[in-house]
Every structure is written in structure tokens, then in C-alpha cells.
Design a protein around this ligand. Structure first.
Ligand SMILES: *Cc1c(COP(=O)(O)O)cnc(C)c1O
Length: 245
């Protein structure tokens, strides 16, 4: 059952928070001559109850992000396909089939093994092409998942050439810092990698999933097409656990 009072509280919170987030996107976009409409806002409802996700839809958000398959499935069961569902957290191979069924876009394909599994499953399920982003670890911090930047290029090509994967672009998490220069450098690195990849494989899409609450402006300035915003919209999460929890 949905708790209506709680949903109302989230709606008020979102109504207050959303203009600030949209303004930050618009300012950062304007600063580099980009159209703010080219940046999709993915509201990361992970760690918040289904009421938060429902409220997000009511205030006009259309894209919801979750980092665990179980939590995505639970919210999907209540809200259905009114939202576009983004899986943004690490995906274990054994849960790949569930992710394929539930998510509209998987941002976190972070290994050749997982990509091969998704490709194989798509064949078994008779699915045409599964839309995915490939996650790259641009900072080299070992707490961050993804293809290692040093070896990324070769392995990314291998993934792109797998059947039944529709590689729409790349995703990353910047190093955790308030230094905007460091953030921008990380995001610029992902942009560069995507351009290089697209020169060699024109079938790769142009999406760059980058930017969270802490580094939203830097990401938009460096060409992000999808920002993944949790805290700035919904407030602090109750459950501890970082980006990959
Ligand atoms: C939690 C999470 C976010 C949102 O982070 P906030 O700092 O709350 O905006 C974005 N991306 C990923 C991969 C996450 O796990």
C-alpha cells in the first residue's frame, strides 16, 4: 500500500528542490553553449520508498534510477511503465535476466563477461537489441567499477561488436571530490573516449551518463546527456552505502 502522507511529503520536497536542479543544469549548459534540453534528468530514487518514486512522476519527472535490481523490480511492480527505469548500479551476471526484464536502460555494463551474458540472454529471449551503456572507471579508483581506462578501448570494442547489444554510450562516476577541475578532467576523459570509440564504431550512440548531486555542473559542462541525481532531489538516503551499494 502506498502511504499517501509520505507521498505528499516527497511531492513537497521535490517541488521545492526541482527548480534548483533544473537551474543548475540550465546554467551549466548555457555556460558552454549547450541546449539544456539535451540533458536528461534521471531521478535516482534508490534508498527511498516507492512513495518517493511516485511523487517524482507526479511532479513531471519521467526517468527513475535504481542501483539494485530488487529495488527496481519492487518499484516497477507498483508504478509500472509510467516511468522509464534506469539501472545504474553494479549488476551481477546471475541477475542479468531480471535486469533485462525490468530496466529500460542498463547504465552499468562494466565487464566483458557481463556484456557477453546479456548478449547471450537477448538471443535466448528473442530480444532484438538490448540498450546499454558501458561503465568506465575514468578515475582509476578501485572502489569504482567499470572498464579500466587504460585497457578500456580494446575491451569496449569487443563489447560493441557483440550481437544484440545496442551500445548507446558510456557512463562513469567521477572521483569523489569537490574540486571542480578534477571532476571536469574525469568527465572530459569519458567524452574523449566516446568520440574515439564512435570514430571506430559509428553504431555506438552518443549518450554520456555522468553527473551526480556533487558534480552535476562539471558533468553538464563536459557534455553529459544524462545526469543521475538522487540526494539533491529526494534528500539524504536512510540506508547507508555509497554509489555501488
Ligand atoms: C546513488 C547514485 C547516484 C546518485 O547520487 P547522488 O549523489 O545522491 O545524487 C548516481 N549514480 C549512481 C551510479 C549511484 O549509485
Amino acid at each position: 500500500m502506498v502511504d499517501l502522507a509520505l507521498e505528499q511529503a516527497y511531492r513537497e520536497r521535490l517541488t521545492a528542490a526541482l527548480p534548483g536542479v533544473r537551474d543548475a543544469i540550465a546554467e551549466a549548459a548555457a555556460g558552454v553553449g549547450r541546449d539544456p534540453a539535451s540533458v536528461r534528468l534521471v531521478a535516482v530514487s534508490k534508498g527511498h520508498p516507492v512513495e518517493a518514486a511516485a511523487a517524482a512522476l507526479e511532479v513531471g519527472l519521467t526517468d527513475l534510477g535504481e542501483n539494485r535490481v530488487e529495488e527496481l523490480e519492487a518499484k516497477l511492480a507498483q508504478l509500472g511503465r509510467r516511468a522509464r527505469w534506469h539501472l545504474i548500479g553494479h549488476l551481477q551476471s546471475r541477475k542479468a535476466a531480471r535486469a533485462l526484464a525490468a530496466a529500460d536502460l542498463i547504465h552499468s555494463v562494466d565487464s566483458l563477461k557481463l556484456a557477453e551474458r546479456i548478449s547471450r540472454l537477448a538471443g535466448e529471449l528473442g530480444r532484438e537489441a538490448i540498450p546499454v551503456l558501458l561503465q568506465v572507471n575514468v578515475s582509476g579508483e578501485d572502489t569504482k567499477g567499470g572498464f579500466e581506462r587504460s585497457s578500456a578501448h580494446e575491451s569496449l570494442l569487443e563489447v560493441v561488436d557483440l550481437p544484440r547489444l545496442d551500445v548507446r554510450g558510456l557512463m562513469t562516476m567521477a572521483p569523489f571530490t569537490d574540486d571542480e577541475r578534477v571532476q571536469r578532467e574525469a568527465f572530459a576523459g569519458l567524452q574523449e573516449l566516446l568520440q574515439e570509440l564512435r570514430r571506430q564504431r559509428p553504431n555506438v550512440g552518443g549518450e554520456l551518463s555522468m553527473g551526480m548531486t556533487n558534480d552535476l555542473r562539471a558533468a553538464v559542462a563536459e557534455g553529459s546527456t544524462m545526469v543521475r541525481i538522487g540526494t539533491a532531489l529526494f534528500g539524504e538516503r536512510e540506508t547507508a552505502g555509497g554509489p555501488d551499494a
